[in-house]
Structure formats: structure tokens, C-alpha cells
Design a protein around this ligand. Sequence first.
Ligand code: G3P
Ligand code: CA
Length: 284
Amino acid sequence: EQTESSDIQEQDVMNIAHRGASGNAPEATTFAFDQAAQTDHAWLEMDIQKTKDDELVVIHDDDIERTTNDEGEVGDFTLEELKELDAGTWFNEANPDKADESYKNAELLTLEEVFERYGKNENYYIETKSPQLNEDMEEPLVDMVEEHDLVDNVIIQSFEPSSLQTVHELNEDIPLIQLLWWEENEETGELEEWLDVTSAPEAMDEEDFAEIREYAVGIAPHLEDYDGNEVIDEAFVQKTLENDLLIHVYTVDTKENMERLIDWGVTGIFTNYTERLDEVLSKK
Ligand code: G3P
Ligand code: CA
């Protein structure tokens, strides 16, 4: 019997801190996670990948160039090498108005460091990022969640159904969320899910939802495509709920969009501004 969606949904709308409070501090560092942890009930969202020496490290991009002072693929560096990098200065340069001297030399974190820092005080919304590059990351991930007694504090998300299915086989009590990303096919003009997980939002039917429900408690679609066109609407949110799946939408940073999505009935929102969403939710 797999985890029911009601087991994890303590709030009507989950406040999911995308890479920590990444609008205000360098993503995926203690600065971003500490700030997110100040918002009650916020879930710490993070992406994990494998180092050259098979450690689980928290980083979004496959390449370290954007968020550190070096370049190359995450998997080509040992943990010791990654730990020497400065994962904070890029943020100060990109956000002079939010720059803070203490962010300089911020360290990349292992998943274990995150679990040890916050323990059962926080909830973790962990993405198995690029499973094709980070082979067999699921078993050490599940082991670590179990060793830290965090099964009740964790959601695992992925774009790759096979990664989620592997986690489900290892521990069926861990709630899973299927991430979705649709792109327009330039020839047909139709929306297509980039990994072919399912049909276009308006075409998804009971069978599509049932397939996802076999392993996951919900889906996490994006709101807008790269051109700012919205790919989901209220009818899609309602259809998802009617098919017994949670729906958490990424990545939403304006109060206007947050309010609109809450009115549509979404059960969670990923945001870089957790305190902003908290304010919106407290007024509802
Ligand atoms: O995990 C939800 C959302 O974070 C997916 O997009 O690219 O920010 O990991 P990304
Ligand atoms: Ca993510």
C-alpha cells in the first residue's frame, strides 16, 4: 500500500522553497536553506547529483559554471574538490542589491550535511537530477533518508519516471512527485512532454493520471514555458485533483500568480521567495 497524498499534505497549499530562499541568497547553500527554514512549514527544495567519488551533492546545474568559480561537469569533480569552490560570489555579482559579504566562499553541500544541519525540524523536497548522468543515485539517497529517520519528512521528485519507480521499489512509504515539462512542437504547434511521460495537459485523461498514480502521489507541472505562455489552467488543476493526485506548480514568484494558482486549487507552489508566498497564504 503506497503513501496516500493526505499523509504528506499538512497545509492546504505547500510552500516549497525552490533551491532554498534562492531569490535572496545563493541557491542551495546554508544561507538559502537557513532563510527558507525561517518560514514555518516551508519545504526545502533541492536537486541532488553525484560527485566523481559517488557522494550525493546538492546542486541544480549539471555544470558548475553558473554557480561556482570554476567550470566543468559536477560528476568530474570529487567532493573534496567541489568543497573548495566558492558558491556564493556569483550571487553577489548577479544581485548587487542583495549582495552580502558573508556569501563569499559559500560551500556546496552534501545531502548528508543538509540532513545533519536541520534533521527532523525541516521537510525536504528532493529532486533526483539528471538520472542519466547520475546513475544509481536512488539507492544511496533512500539509504540516507532511512538512516536519518526522515521518511516522514521527505518527498522525492523527478522528471524521469524510472528514477521515481526505482525509489518506489526501494521504499514505498516515500511520497513521490512526477515533474512535468511541456514544450511546443514547432511543426504541429502541439505541447509535448519533453520526456514523453504523458500527453499535452488538455489531452491528459484518466488513464494518463492512473499511470502516474501507480508510483506517485502527485504531479508538478510548470506554469509558463520559456516564452511566458501559460501551459496549465484552472481546468487542468481541477482535473488533476479529480484524478486523486496532488498538484504542485513551479516556479512562481509573483504574488499575483501565487494568488491565482491558490484560487485554482493547487496543493503546492515552488517559489524562490518563500516569505512572499507565506504572506499570500496567511491572508487567504
Ligand atoms: O523541481 C521543480 C523544479 O525545480 C524543476 O525545475 O529546473 O528548477 O529543477 P528545476
Ligand atoms: Ca528542482
